[in-house]
Design a protein around this ligand. Structure first.
Ligand code: ADP
Ligand code: ZN
Length: 711
């Protein structure tokens, strides 16, 4: 039997466990009940998928997110894992098909909605009982609790699972649960002395930016330009505003679609599908969007309006960066939004509830207004310690620089003098900035100082004024409309006898994700991925995450062997897609004269993951071939792709155990040999391109093996 780590490497192509995955998996394998609280993107799925592969029987996964099931099952299938799902989107025929798979023990994992499990006919329950379930996983476990934010009555029935399957271990998982909800989940599920694992809620790869809402559309455009061609979600408050904003963005050349409850089902589903398949980059949505999607390469989330509490903010921003790559969360904050939400927060005839909601809202306001590290603030809100200084939020990224403020102060003070010490700060700033507002009468526009301060922003001016006030160069007369007036000290500055220094905020917004990679290659790999996804009729990120493509584009593997060390390339994916992606990398490196970034010793020490040599799987294919089966028949028998079988067989041609004529029709051999003369045999892609559709990779590979072995 393999170890969990071996399964992680072979099946999922990852090198090490994250967070507490390892301990969690061990607990489940020891058949104990387990409760897992881990943030979105933390890697909850592997906590039951790996045990599922190691256990004898079936693992049943309960999830309320029907829309996700197909994706989850597809993701397992492309990793060569047999899985199925049962929900109301399947026809009765398809459902009996799945039941048959369960009965014949042909799948390891079965995803299903809770209501299916307890459907009127007990037949299904009987099938499950008699076929032996090794593990029950309950995803989104907070749905069982009224205290949670997403209670689903049908989840309550899951309490009965322990009666029906007393000896089957249960693992319950969720990304959101406060202490109260947590306790409730364990009770309602009747778990037996569950081991609880709580991971940190810190999403390090999400960078937080909160800005005052000012010229927010222009700021948004600036932000989107930096995220050119990446996927993102923009949350806006109303149905109308989502549609207006999407239209405006399209007009400005972006690929955007709206999503809100007012659109009809079909349109909504279509927009979501386009987004998931990377055909539309931006979804402008009300908060309704996101529950049912599991897109891992969302690179940013923007809030045009204030969320109503930190829980929502955390959850919505958390939809970015599930693949672990750097992602940005941008929020535009205004006091007006805060005031407006206060009206909504009141729950009629329920003082207590209203108070809780208002409290949560004001916490959200504090988060925006405070000068504390955003990450620290959020984590503390969830009762988690954090030292601050995260270097990845707008607060931590703002620096203060000291500047010589003498000239600035002279401008400010002389403006006050010229305006006869008769005006408040806002007016003086308008005056300094040369504002066209009617509030400034004509005589003031004639003054020389009018407009001399246009090189500083309004915020900067108000911070300079506050500084001057604090340092005693300025008086503010509170009993007289807050008018500003000079002090004795002011004249020292005006006469140039004294100098003054100011602190000015400078923001370092850009951080970059630290990985340098070939951007052009990355784009090309994305295209390959789209093509593959199209062919497999699934979403691109299910084939490979962006993280995998970034790693390809930075490490530049030159062989199947090196490809095996890229995260996300497990055995099945190497076999199925290895050549295609490798070909693209090799072509690119040749075009630009780049070398593989793998160091020889790096992979000598590590276990061989790819099937570079004689392996059991190849021998199996050879055996079936010698028994007289055709390549497609072997593929069918073994549940592998035709390409893979051809790869296996052609390897034996190189070893002299099969002859090339066994695999390639005689009339094709010469053209392939000619193509090899022209293009070489380092990569198969150029050969395939030259030869065209009629030639398979397997045929080309077989001839290449002969040429290679002949030296
Ligand atoms: P969750 O369900 O907790 O939101 P997922 O199970 O969907 O998270 O995992 C998020 C992403 O992280 C997936 O792309 C998954 O393949 C990846 N992942 C999970 N565990 C690991 C690991 N140990 N190493 C690398 N990537 C991992
Ligand atoms: Zn910070």
């Amino acid at each position: 039997m393999s170890s969990p780590l071996e399964v992680l490497k072979k099946k999922f192509g990852y090198d090490e466990f994250r967070f507490q995955q390892n301990e969690i998996i061990d607990t489940v394998l020891a058949q104990e009940d387990t409760f897992v609280l881990m943030p979105t993107g933390g890697g909850k799925s592997l906590c039951y998928q790996i045990p599922a592969l190691l256990f004898e029987g079936l693992t049943v996964v309960i999830s309320p997110l029907i829309a996700l099931m197909k994706d989850q099952v597809d993701a397992l299938r492309v990793n060569g894992i047999r899985a199925g799902y049962l929900n109301s989107t399947l026809s009765p025929g398809q459902q009996s098909q799945v039941m048959r798979l369960v009965r014949n023990k042909e799948i390891k994992l079965l995803y299903m909605a809770p209501e299916r499990l307890f459907a009127r006919d007990s037949e299904f329950m009987e099938v499950l009982k008699s076929s032996g379930i090794s593990l029950i996983a309950i995803d989104e476990a907070h749905c069982i609790s009224q205290w949670g934010h997403d209670f689903r009555p049908e989840y309550l029935k899951l309490g009965a699972l322990k009666d029906k399957f007393p000896d089957t271990p249960v693992i319950a998982l969720t990304a959101t649960a406060d202490k109260l909800t947590r306790k409730d989940i364990l009770e309602k599920l009747n778990l037996k002395k569950p081991k609880t694992f709580v991971s940190s809620f810190n999403r390090e790869n999400i960078h937080y930016y909160i800005e005052p809402k000012k010229d927010s559309y222009a700021r948004l455009l600036e932000f989107l330009e930096k995220h050119n061609d990446e996927s993102g979600i923009i949350y806006s408050l109303s149905r109308k505003s989502t549609e207006a904003l999407a239209t405006k963005l399209v007009h400005d050349g972006f690929s955007a679609k709206p999503y809100n409850a007012g659109l009809d089902r079909e349109t909504r589903a279509r927009h979501q599908e386009l987004f998931i398949k990377d055909k539309v980059k931006i979804i402008v949505a009300t908060i309704a969007f996101g529950m049912g999607i599991d897109k891992s390469n969302v690179r940013y989330v923007v809030h045009m309006n204030l969320p109503k509490n930190i829980e929502s903010y955390y959850q919505e921003t958390g939809r970015a960066g599930r693949d672990g790559l750097q992602s940005d969360a941008l929020l535009f904050y205004s006091k007006r939004d805060l005031a407006m939400l206060k009206d909504f927060a009141r729950v009629d005839d329920n003082e207590e509830q209203s108070k809780i909601m208002l409290d949560k809202l004001s916490q959200m306001g504090y988060l925006c207004e405070s000068k504390t590290c955003r990450r620290k603030f959020i984590l503390n809100y969830f009762d988690e310690e954090h030292g601050g200084n995260c270097a990845t939020c707008d607060v931590c990224l703002s620096d203060y620089e000291e500047i010589d403020g003498t000239v600035i102060a002279q401008k400010a003070l002389s403006a006050i003098a010229r305006l006869k010490e008769n005006y408040g700060m806002n007016h003086v700033i308008d005056f300094l900035k040369g504002s066209k507002t009617k509030k400034i009468p004509d005589w003031q526009r004639e003054i020389k100082t009018y407009g001399v301060g246009s090189d500083h922003s309004r915020e900067e001016w108000s911070s300079f004024f506050n500084d001057l006030k604090m340092k005693g160069y300025l008086d503010q007369n509170e009993s007289n409309y807050n008018t500003l007036s000079l002090t004795g000290k002011s004249w020292n500055i005006l006469k140039g006898k004294e100098k003054i220094r100011f602190l000015r905020a400078v923001s370092r917004r850009e951080t970059g994700n630290g990985i340098s990679y070939e951007k052009v290659l990355f784009d090309r790999l994305r295209e390959v991925r789209s093509k593959v996804a199209e062919r497999e009729n699934t979403a691109a990120f299910i084939i490979f995450s962006d993280a995998t493509l970034v790693e390809l584009a930075s490490r530049l593997p030159k062989s199947i062997e090196e490809l095996g060390f890229i995260k996300g390339f497990g055995e099945a994916k190497i076999e199925r897609y290895g050549q295609e992606f490798l070909g693209e990398v090799v072509d690119y490196c040749r075009e630009f004269g780049l070398e593989s970034q793998f160091k020889q010793k790096q992979y000598k020490q590590r276990a061989k993951k790819s099937a570079g040599g004689r392996s059991q799987t190849k021998i199996e294919s050879l055996k079936l071939f010698k028994e007289g089966n055709s390549t497609p028949e072997i593929a069918g028998l073994r549940g592998l792709g035709v390409n893979t079988i051809e790869e296996h067989l052609s390897w034996f041609v190189g070893e002299g155990e099969l002859s090339v004529e066994d695999l390639v029709p005689p009339q094709k051999i010469t053209p392939i040999q000619d193509a090899i003369k022209e293009h070489g045999w380092a990569a198969l892609r150029p050969l395939k391109d030259a030869l065209g559709e009629d030639y398979t990779y397997g045929e080309i590979k077989a001839v290449v093996e002969v040429v290679k072995s002949e030296g």
